[in-house]
Design a protein around this ligand. Structure first.
Ligand SMILES: Cc1cc2nc3c(=O)[nH]c(=O)nc-3n(C[C@H](O)[C@H](O)[C@H](O)COP(=O)(O)OP(=O)(O)OC[C@H]3O[C@@H](n4cnc5c(N)ncnc54)[C@H](O)[C@@H]3O)c2cc1C
Length: 350
C-alpha cells in the first residue's frame, strides 16, 4: 500500500490550482498589463463570461469573496433545483445529476469542477471593495491588492442583501434571513414569514423535520409563482392544520419568546425562531462608484440588453444582478447566456 501511495503523482504532488499570473497584479508601485476583463462574482454567470473570454483569447480574472458558486453553496442544504441539469450547463461541459433535478451539492460541485477543468483564472476568498475609472480602464480594488482592467463585468448576484424587514425585535439573534437546515428546530415553535417559493420550501422542510411551523404572509394567498409541485403540498398542510397559515397578517413585534402579529389575525404567538424569507436585492454600491445609472423602481442597473453594457463604456452586468429586485426574471438558465453577449461587445470595441 505504501509503495503505491509513494509513487502516485496525485497523492504526493501538490499541483497549484489556477496560479495567478504575476503581471495581473497592480502593484503598490505601479501597474502592469491591464487584464481584458475582470469579472466580479464566480457564480454561474460570471464563470460563463470567463469561459467566453478564454474561448476568444481574452485575458480574464474572476474574483469572488467566497469560493466558486458561493451563493449556491449557501442555499438550503437539502434543496433541489427546479431546473433540469442541461439548462444549468456552462461552457458546453455536460452536467449529469443522479435525479431528474440536481441537488445543491451536485450544482456546486459541477461549477467548481468546470472552473478547474477549464483552468479559469480565479481569485477566491477576495472581496472586491472598490472600482475606479483610470486612464487605462478600471482599477479593481480588494483589501490587499488592486487589478487593472480594460473592462469590468459585475456578476455579483443578489444573495448578499436581504430585503428590508424593519420590525421591532428584527435584530434578535433568533431572527434569520437565510435558511440552511431544519435539524436544530425539531419540536420547537418557529415562524416563517413570506409567501413565495423560499418561504414555502422553508416551512415545509421545517415541518417535515418535526418543527411546529406558523407561516405568516401579508397576502391573502400564496404567490402564483410557487412551484407547481410544491403548492398543493403546502396548501394541504395548511388545510390539515399541520402548518398553521396566517394570511393577510403581518409581524408587528418580535420578542425573545414570542411574536406579535396583526391583520386578519391579532395575537401573540409562542416562538423560538423566525425565518424571514422575503427575498433579496442586489447591492448597487460598486456600480454607483463607477457612475452606472440605477433604475429607481426596479433597482436594475441600466444596460443595453443585447450587449449587457451599462451607460459607462467598458462596464457590464451579468446574471441576476441585471434584473435588480426582479431577480426571479434572470436566473441561471438565462443569466449563463450573458457572457457571450458581453465578450462579443468587448471584441467589437477593440
Ligand atoms: C433556493 C433557490 C433555488 C434556485 N433554483 C434555481 C433553479 O432551479 N434554476 C435556476 O436557473 N436558478 C435558480 N435559482 C436562482 C439562481 O441561483 C441565481 O439566479 C443564480 O445563482 C444567479 O447567478 P449569478 O452568477 O448571477 O449570481 P450568484 O450565483 O449569486 O453569484 C454571485 C457571486 O458574486 C460573489 N460576490 C458578490 N459580491 C462580491 C464582491 N463585492 N466581491 C467579490 N465577490 C462578490 C458572491 O460570493 C457570489 O459567488 C435559485 C435560487 C434560489 C435562492
Amino acid at each position: 500500500m505504501r509503495a503505491v501511495a509513494q509513487s502516485s503523482p496525485t497523492l504526493n504532488k501538490r499541483v497549484p490550482h489556477n496560479p495567478l499570473p504575476a503581471d495581473f497584479l497592480l502593484s503598490r508601485q505601479g501597474h502592469m498589463n491591464p487584464i481584458d476583463i475582470v469579472i466580479i462574482g464566480a457564480g454561474p454567470s460570471g464563470l460563463a463570461c470567463a469561459i467566453e473570454a478564454k474561448k476568444h483569447g481574452l485575458s480574464s480574472l474572476t474574483i469572488d469573496q467566497g469560493s466558486v458558486a458561493d451563493a449556491i453553496r449557501r442555499f438550503p442544504i437539502n434543496m433541489t433545483f427546479f431546473s433540469t441539469p442541461e439548462l444549468l450547463e456552462i461552457g458546453g461541459v455536460p452536467f449529469l445529476s443522479s435525479g431528474f433535478r440536481p441537488t445543491r451539492v451536485e450544482c456546486v460541485c459541477y461549477y467548481q469542477m468546470v472552473a478547474k477543468h477549464l483552468d479559469l483564472p480565479l481569485k477566491q476568498q477576495t472581496l472586491v471593495t472598490g472600482l475606479r475609472k483610470v486612464t487605462e480602464g478600471f482599477e479593481v480594488s480588494t483589501k490587499d491588492s488592486s487589478f487593472l482592467a480594460r473592462n469590468v463585468v459585475l456578476a455579483t448576484g443578489y444573495f448578499d442583501t436581504p430585503n428590508r424587514f424593519d420590525v421591532p425585535g428584527c435584530d434578535l439573534p433568533k431572527v434569520q434571513r437565510y435558511y440552511t437546515e431544519p435539524y436544530s428546530y425539531v419540536g420547537r415553535d418557529v415562524a416563517v414569514v413570506g409567501g413565495k417559493n423560499s418561504a414555502v420550501e422553508t416551512a415545509l422542510d421545517l415541518f417535515r423535520a418535526g418543527a411546529r411551523v406558523t407561516l405568516i404572509h401579508r397576502g391573502g394567498k400564496l404567490s402564483d409563482g410557487v412551484k407547481y409541485w410544491i403548492l398543493p403540498d403546502i396548501e394541504n398542510r395548511v388545510k390539515a392544520g399541520e402548518v398553521r397559515g396566517l394570511f393577510e397578517t403581518t409581524v408587528r413585534n418580535i420578542k425573545p419568546g414570542s411574536i406579535v402579529v396583526e391583520g386578519q389575525h391579532n395575537e401573540e404567538i409562542l416562538n423560538e425562531a423566525v425565518f424571514v424569507m422575503i427575498g433579496y436585492q442586489p447591492d448597487a454600491k460598486l456600480l454607483k462608484q463607477l457612475g452606472v445609472n440605477i433604475d429607481d423602481s426596479s433597482l436594475a442597473p441600466i444596460h443595453d440588453s443585447s450587449s449587457m453594457q451599462t451607460n459607462v463604456a467598458g462596464v457590464y452586468v451579468a446574471g441576476s444582478l441585471a434584473a435588480g429586485k426582479y431577480n426571479n426574471k434572470v436566473f441561471i438558465e438565462n443569466g449563463r447566456m450573458h457572457g457571450k453577449s458581453i465578450v462579443e461587445s468587448v471584441l467589437r470595441s477593440r
